[in-house]
Design a protein around this ligand. Structure first.
Ligand code: GDP
Ligand code: MN
Ligand code: MN
Ligand code: MN
Length: 250
């Protein structure tokens, strides 16, 4: 398997046809997995916004005041308002704002980015990243597309890429029922291939001014395994979320 960045992509603007820009720069093969950083999907979809677009309501002002008191740093209540408007649930509001976005992804600040957004204050995540992935896929000779974002993880320092949208492939490879080297049957292993590929692609894409938001994974083989559509956990089956909901910071 190899990974390479699509070269010479321009600064992406609202209305740009990402598939056409990619197609013009690389000869894709049907079984390539094209990994697109959410940042450029958002830019193309007009998700760059300004703090002035989010007049803060009472809940946002309360959240920002609390965060400001805890951190000692100035917190703009309009930013909290933007996070609330992108979210269906506030899971934690201190010492950072952790929410579920409208498409089911749980992340700090609803994944709203303040880097790589020329001319605007904020970049919201794509509204429905799997639909974005499907649209991009339609314009490409490659059969599989992932939309990625850089995200932190609980229990570990540092960030890495995750898949927030996918098309043309199931997110996970199901090992249940297969054997290990000792003949023991695997009972629970559902490997999130979409996240694994997204992490590798993110490693190639970089985080700063590299200008390489699209990475092609070539010769990745699924192998003889089942598929699983499970990606974002349902609230009911999410024990960690249920525990964190009852937790308060002081
Ligand atoms: P995220 O992980 O989706 O939040 O995206 P990042 O902001 O970390 O950017 C990922 C990569 O895309 C980095 O190499 C950035 O330099 C690059 N990038 C971001 N926006 C653009 C753009 O409009 N055009 C190009 N060519 N590269 C971009
Ligand atoms: Mn991001
Ligand atoms: Mn990134
Ligand atoms: Mn193992």
């Amino acid at each position: 398997m190899e990974l390479f960045a699509v070269p010479d992509l321009p600064e992406i603007r609202e209305g740009d046809d990402l598939a056409a820009l990619i197609r013009d720069r690389v000869d894709l093969r049907p079984d390539d997995v094209v990994c697109v950083a959410s940042t450029v999907v958002s830019k193309a979809e007009g998700r760059a916004v300004d703090l002035a677009d989010f007049p803060a309501g009472p809940r946002a002002r309360e959240i920002a005041a609390n965060l400001e008191a805890i951190s000692g740093d100035e917190k703009d209540p309009r930013f909290a308002q933007a996070v609330l408007e992108e979210s269906t649930e506030v899971i934690m509001e201190a010492p950072f704002l952790l929410t579920e976005t409208r498409f089911g992804h749980v992340g700090v600040n609803a994944g709203i980015d303040r880097s790589n957004v020329p001319g605007h204050d904020l970049l919201l995540l794509p509204k429905r990243p799997s639909e974005s992935a499907a649209r991009i896929r339609e314009g490409l000779p490659a059969d599989r597309v992932l939309v990625t974002d850089t995200c932190g993880r609980p229990f570990r320092h540092g960030q890495r890429g995750v898949a927030i949208g996918w098309a043309g492939m199931a997110p996970a490879r199901d090992w249940r029922g297969e054997g290990d080297r000792d003949g023991r049957e695997l009972g629970v292993t559902v490997e999130n291939v979409a996240d694994e590929l997204a992490a590798a692609a993110n490693l190639v894409a970089g985080e700063g001014d590299d200008g390489t938001p699209v990475v092609v994974v070539r010769d990745f083989e699924w192998g003889d395994h089942g598929e699983s559509d499970a990606h974002f956990r349902d609230v009911d089956g999410d024990l960690i979320r249920q525990a964190v909901r009852g937790w308060s910071f002081d």
